[in-house]
Design a protein around this ligand. Structure first.
Ligand code: SAH
Ligand code: SF4
Ligand code: F3S
Length: 474
């Protein structure tokens, strides 16, 4: 509901309003796909006169780009909305106005609930609708209460987006695939992002070229199920992720690093494994979530593979690309998980060895099968298992980082460092690296001799030695 909206506005007023400079603050929750979407929302709003600002207090419009994956993520949205409502009231008292928008997966899943619990929100729109922002803003200006947009097919979104024009750093995301048809029993993504959709190869190559011309050195291609990618090639053939990676590496001059995420073990095919062997700029860190090491739990999760299948895939990937390191997601306390099941997960972690990983307590999500099936695991048991698992993963991460002491790594310097005279960047394995370097090296890939390793970061000094063979960026 719009408490301070003009009762109506003439088209002339709308046009003149659109030329005024306004500020938008977009806060992003959740996955990298939301980060990409937020950047594109800023692109869509720019022609309406909106520029980005650093805090909600300066903003004429605040958009929360939300995540629904776990209960905590959801709760954050409602508490943030409460705070923003206070700001909205203060602005109105001062004769101003703050437009509040909720985008992303919570908007898609809980549009009606947001309207009920936070009636002061002006716009609620799902992940496939943000290209319609100009129309939504115009509707809002005409008055008439909440603007709700959660119904559009994903094809629309990519067909109607402007070219990326926001300020970009040397490392960027490029969404190539959206949605998921896997229906893991714990997960909301198939409901919030809809069915799998792959963008055509030509569109992706063109967007990658544009990003490189704007200064990108590293591109991470994104999808909820990125290796299920099956986009249309120019000749009508279907192209998989392995071939797309080869094409990007071969056809987009100036890309120095490629990554992809998030992939599913079931969709790792021969062509993708071969790309890890053949494509030098494909970085040697693979995020390949396994969730659990127990076959009964994997089956109950509907993951469609066993722990042994996963081990075999990892072995084949490592045979093809020996420097490859692995990352994963784990869920502890899935309904019905016994102590022995949890131990099977710990065993798998010990056997595979991870460079880094994300781990979560199972969070029952409304509308997903697992929320109402099986015996829910007690909260203290989940907490204890998560703590044990995270100790093991932290040990592995620390040992992995220490293995680079005395070695030289190529580091993409993409931001100022912690202290003056320092820059920070990412190694091929995404380790944050601090290094004493002058600002003119920002945006370049430098050889860094590693002389300190912590669990979450590395530090080193600039080196003239060539960076470690097998992980070089060239
Ligand atoms: N598409 C990716 C993951 C997307 S969600 C894949 O298939 O692996 C990111 C991670 O959140 C998942 O890998 C999972 O570990 C975690 N997650 C998803 N739903 C969850 C839930 N209900 N409770 C706890 N963690 C969850
Ligand atoms: Fe969710 Fe499973 Fe799809 Fe990943 S593969 S997005 S975990 S349903
Ligand atoms: Fe969250 Fe939606 Fe991404 S639920 S993890 S923002 S796909």
């Amino acid at each position: 509901m719009l408490t301070s909206a003009p009762p109506s506005a003439s088209p002339i007023l709308e046009r003149s309003e659109s030329r005024l400079s306004k500020k938008v603050f977009i806060k992003t929750y959740g996955c990298q796909m939301n980060v990409y979407d937020s950047a594109r929302m800023a692109d869509v709003l720019a022609p309406l006169g909106y520029t980005a600002c650093a805090t909600p207090a300066e903003a004429d419009m605040v958009i929360l780009n939300t995540c629904h994956i776990r209960e905590k993520a959801d709760d954050k949205v409602f508490s943030e909305l409460g705070r923003l409502h206070q700001l909205q009231i203060e602005k109105e008292r001062a004769g101003g106005r703050l437009v509040l928008g909720v985008a992303g997966c919570v908007a898609q899943a809980e549009g009606a609930e947001i309207a009920r619990r936070a009636p002061y929100v002006d716009m609620v729109f799902g992940p496939q609708s943000y290209h319609r922002l100009p129309e939504m803003v115009a509707r809002l200006a005409r008055g008439g209460g909440l603007v709700l947009e959660t119904e559009f097919p994903v094809e629309d979104k990519f067909d109607h987006l402007p070219q990326p024009s926001h300020q970009i750093g040397p490392s960027v995301f490029l969404t190539i695939q959206e949605g998921c048809d896997k229906f893991c029993t714990f997960c909301v993504v198939p409901y919030t992002r809809g069915a799998e959709f792959s963008r055509p190869v030509a569109d992706i190559v063109a967007e990658a070229r544009l990003l490189v011309s704007q200064g990108a050195r590293e591109i991470t291609v994104l999808g909820q199920n990125v290796n299920a990618y099956h986009g249309a090639g120019e000749n009508g053939a279907v192209v998989g992720l392995g071939e797309l990676i080869r094409r990007l590496a071969g056809e987009v001059g100036g890309i120095e690093r490629l990554r992809y995420m998030t992939s599913h073990p079931r969709d790792v095919d021969d062509s993708l494994i071969a790309a890890h062997r053949d494509v030098g700029i494909l970085m040697p860190l693979l995020h390949l979530p396994v969730q659990s090491g127990a076959d009964r739990i994997l089956a109950a999760m509907n993951r469609g593979h066993t722990a042994q299948d996963y081990r075999r895939i990892v072995d084949r990937l490592r045979d093809a690309c020996p420097p490859l390191a692995l990352s994963s997601d784990f869920i502890v306390g899935f309904p019905g998980e016994t102590g022995a099941d949890f131990e099977a997960t710990m065993t798998l972690i010990r056997e595979v060895g991870y460079a880094q990983a994300f781990s979560f307590k199972y969070s029952p999500r409304p509308g997903t099968p697992a929320a109402t099936q099986g015996v829910q695991v007690a909260e203290p048991v989940k907490a204890a298992r998560l703590a044990d698992l995270q100790v093991l993963l932290a040990e592995q991460q620390h040992a992995f980082n220490e293995s680079f002491l005395g070695k030289t790594l190529p580091v993409l310097l993409d931001r100022p460092g912690r202290q003056a005279g320092q820059l920070a960047g990412r190694s091929p394995y995404l380790q944050p690296v601090q290094v004493a370097a002058s600002a003119d090296l920002l945006g370049t890939i430098a050889s860094v001799a590693i002389n300190a390793a912590r669990t979450n970061s590395l530090a080193g000094r600039l080196s003239t030695l060539p960076a470690l063979a097998g992980v070089s960026a060239a």
